[in-house]
Design a protein around this ligand. Structure first.
Ligand code: NAD
Length: 264
């Protein structure tokens, strides 16, 4: 199937590793030009080199910016022109008892997980509407509808992304622009490997045991009963990025291994 992504330009926030990196690789494999993003130039350049090795002929560049710093985001958006596909992927997560999450942490989670996508969409949606084509994709989470008791602040930001996504889709009525959210389930990214290590340390078990316990106690409804690979999430994002997904708008699509027990 030709996903018709040649000639399109994508920007993916937080794409030096994990799900974002996998999305960048797949879009490049489909012939799109990709702008990746990370917090440091060094980290970003390493990822660009890796992508160029993995995808011969890849048209990839990077712009560094930290989404917890508004001034850096303003500088970033000023450099983004004619982006056809915006993937709002940057996100942070960390298990923490509710009583220990400070106001500062609540605000940091909101800024990185929600305002990142708000600021980028505010800058890029008008151009997409003017050109009558575009894709905005929010990488939310099953945690946005199954709020995890071990990180309520994270779940709250993931629910907020669903509202922003649906709201923005309303602004695309009758155009070739679509705005959708993707809800991954537990996925083996570098960030999640770190998360599992933290859970293992605090429960004083091995990471392998922590992983098994995770599906037994924290995500028992998973039908997959394993972490998804980052490429499994990227495949859905790549399809939604494509012109072929033109009738999919204003929705939240799950790639959650069946962890959410809902028919729709
Ligand atoms: P990860 O930690 O492996 O990667 C996150 C990326 O975001 C990294 O490249 C990191 O550098 C970047 N990032 C973090 N803070 C940033 C900041 N302040 N400014 C710029 N970039 C920043 O995580 P991942 O698992 O690949 O997660 C990617 C997205 O997928 C997140 O939004 C996450 O909430 C979502 N998600 C992940 C899972 C999962 O199980 N892995 C499940 C559901 C949703």
């Amino acid at each position: 199937m030709d996903l018709q992504l040649k000639g399109k330009t994508a920007f993916i926030s937080g794409s030096t590793q994990g799900i974002g990196f996998a999305i960048a690789r797949q879009l490049l494999q489909e012939g799109a030009a990709v702008i990746i993003n990370g917090r440091t130039t060094q980290r970003m350049n390493d990822s660009i080199e890796k992508l160029q090795q993995e995808v011969p002929g890849a048209r990839v560049k990077g712009i560094a910016a930290d989404f917890s710093k508004a001034a850096e985001v303003i500088k970033l958006t000023a450099q983004l022109q004619d982006v056809d596909i915006l993937v709002n992927n940057a996100g942070i997560f960390e298990p923490k008892p509710f009583g220990e999450i400070t106001d500062e942490e609540w605000l940091r989670f909101f800024e990185v997980n929600v305002l990142s996508g708000v600021r980028l969409s505010r800058a890029l949606l008008p151009g997409m509407l003017e050109r009558n084509w575009g894709r905005i994709i929010f990488i939310s989470s099953e945690s946005g509808i199954n709020i995890p008791e071990e990180m309520i602040h994270y779940g709250t930001t993931k629910t907020a992304q669903l509202s922003v996504s649906r709201g923005l889709a309303e602004l695309t009525k009758g155009t070739g622009v679509t705005v959708n959210a993707i809800l991954p389930g537990p996925t083996k990214s570098e960030g999640v490997e770190e998360f599992i290590k933290q859970v293992a340390d605090s429960n004083q078990v091995t990471p392998e045991q922590a992983e098994q316990d995770f599906f037994k106690t924290m995500r028992p409804t998973s039908l997959l009963q394993r972490f998804a690979d980052v490429t499994e999430v990227a495949s859905l994002v790549t399809y939604v990025s494509s012109p072929l997904s033109s009738a999919t708008n204003g929705t939240a699509l799950r790639v959650d291994g069946g962890v959410v027990k809902m028919i729709l």
